[in-house]
Design a protein around this ligand. Sequence first.
Ligand code: CP
Ligand code: NVA
Length: 312
Amino acid sequence: MGGGLARHFGALGDAGADALAAMINDAIDRKAARAGRPRGASDEDAPLAGHVLAMVFEKNSTRTRVSFDIAMRQLGGSVLVLDSGSSQLGRGETIADTARVLSRMVDAIMLRTDDHAKLEEMAAHASVPVINGLTDLSHPCQILADLLTVIEHGKALPGLELAWFGDGNNVLHSILEAAGLFKFNVRVATPAGYEPDPAFVALARAGGAQVTLTQDARAAARGADVIVTDTWISMGQADAADKKAAMQPYQVNAALMAEAKPDALFLHCLPAHVGEEVSAEVFEGPHSVVFDEAENRIHAQKSVLLWCLGRL
Ligand code: CP
Ligand code: NVA
């Protein structure tokens, strides 16, 4: 993604499978090495001392904002936050000019926005790395944390059977991209009309992943290693009653979980709408690793930052 010499992280493919595997390994090592230290204390080597990350938010965030902030502190650097409402972006200053200004002032930029083209534009005009902190199209940082979580819980990626339920959204798109890179299989159970972007299905298949698109939730769950869902209504989408009604059969509940392998993991990027896409029983139950997954945003993103800044 983008021009210039900067290493952008707009998609998982910008790094590729080998670099992503190295990032996951480094995240595991760094996480273990700093066990017991206060969360805001830096790692022993403070590899990004003196570096500043600007975080630009055109959408709400809890995990992405906090995890990038803590990640930079642990790497020895710091962050600043620009919200569109309180910066000149909200008054119409262009992404291109914002990219060029920030590139003179900080070492890396994270952008959370709606239209993925805005992220591409930021990367095209920035001379420092630009990181995708979620767009309407994809959420690669989330999926790196998800892969880390799956591996930490003892599951190997090649041949893994992952099943997705509900809306064919940005998070699923990055899962599909990861599937092609790491050769795992994805069963996608959605109502008709809510399938993922076919370009991401094609990307996964081109990489050697098997992708099954179905409207049969039970069949998708059968024998799965990992069960994943997300909100039925993503940020920026209308809270439509007809969409929620169509999604109802795709709720991850105890009956659906019972179809999966006995040691299956339940993942959700959060925020969750318990009682909608997931039942309380599953969300709070023994398969759920959603808070490990949330914490892993810190550890995975430290690797993203190190990779972007040429330290990995
Ligand atoms: N999962 C995730 O990206 O959470 P936030 O929207 O809180 O950043
Ligand atoms: N699909 C959700 C993910 C939130 C982290 C959204 O885009 O709102």
